[in-house]
Design a protein around this ligand. Sequence first.
Ligand code: ADP
Ligand code: MG
Length: 517
Amino acid sequence: MAAMVIAESIRSSLGPKGMDKMLVDGFGDVTISNDGATILDEMDVQHPAAKMMVEVAKTQDDEVGDGTTTAVVLAAELLSKAQVLMDKDVHPTVIVDGYQIASEKALEFMRKIATKVNPTDKVMLKKIAKVALASKLVAEHKDFVADLAVKAVLHVAEKAGTNYKVDLDDIKVEKKPGGSLTDTALIQGVVLDKEVVHPGMPRRVENARIALLNCPFEVEKTEFDAKLNVKTPDQMKGFLDEEEKILRGMVETVVSSGANVVICEKGIDDMAQHFMAKKNVLAVRRVKESDMEKLAKATGATILTQLEDLKASDLGRANLVEERKVSDDKMTFVEGCKNPKAVSILVRGGTERVVDEAERAIHDALCVVRDVVLEPQVVAGGGAPEAEVARMLRSYAQRLSGKEQLAVQAYADGLEIIPLTLAENAGMDPINSLMEVRSKHQSKLKSVGIDPFKGKVSDLAKLEVYEPLSVKVQALKSAGEAAAMILRIDDIIAASKSKEAPKGPEKSAKEEGEGES
Ligand code: ADP
Ligand code: MG
């Protein structure tokens, strides 16, 4: 029951005509999203079985980045179909076994109906990105965003043998509210949400030689407390002079290595800033660790933990380092890097919430494009592949005997929740639409599904609505596994206090677990 309730709460957000959810937390902060993984992640879920559904969405998001709502809705429907069988006195173990067979076959059938594509076919990739974006807040600008996502992924894709390798960590998504969504831009380098530390420093350095430091650019403080008696003003001056000398020495190390840009993960002393400004060195401080790694990759620099070690060979290269004003803030752009396999997307949009949701949408688009570049196979969208696999499973089930057959049929029926929900969310008559889809599939029209925009049953391949095969495969896998795991549980027992007591109020599982199935 708990698992099904979770799915019910996000069901209405499936598909391009799905609704959004407004999530309000204890402090009154609002998140508006259509993304299954985000909604479930923000939701305050207590019940242990419900938590498993949240995990389904999380796995789906981590593995392929899209299809999170699909996976959760599917898992819940498999449970609900199992419930019907259990009411008819079919034992859960039999259902689990039947589902196991069905799941394996479904994966096989899904792979069979997929079409091979060219992994660098920009037109195809763009279509796929557009489908992933269709259900998001940014749908209005999906053409523009899809284009950006395809360019970004192809930029960082590296050929490895006959296949491609894509690491989405090479694409940095930075957001800044302000402007409009169409101001979102792809930058061939790394964008830092930091300004240049000192007003006397240059704002623009061409042919940058960049030193990356993760040690503080300051005079080290002693670790113990010491008391020094200063008797004369000269002694005091001696101290200050010495400090200045050390800082000058540090700046000298930087300059003599040939660096004209210093990017530091920690702080930079005021006086050091002043000396660097005099030497025309541009410096940025308190940069995130993840950004440092991207910078290292993009510019070819080595991140140093000790300034004394700095050598010319440790420096990274970029054509341009420049501070620019974006809205009210200043950001530092590192462009034209030595290794162009690192890019940034600077997301803009009217308000913070729009920017946040746009970032999530871009994440989905980047993921689906990556999925296809990695595994260049696609299936039609709109619930067509689910309907087709359901048909194939039903005809396969004929060969099985007794209760197993029932379970496989139940699984097939469960798959049809996807076209059914898409129709429902588009304001169509769900049952009639599903029957129409079914009959079309009977007469060998494999890519017929729901077209939520026109509100009718159509051939999605003709409408060029495609999705990555890997998204569908992962959804089947995670939904099937979660359903099987929940079905095997017949009781929820409060465990004795765990060794590492969790934070927050402790409740026994039994208390919350009323009404488990
Ligand atoms: P998920 O979190 O599962 O990705 P979405 O809200 O993104 O959920 O909806 C995905 C579903 O919407 C898929 O089944 C997909 O085929 C369908 N879909 C997306 N765009 C279209 C379209 N233009 N026509 C028909 N179906 C579409
Ligand atoms: Mg999606």
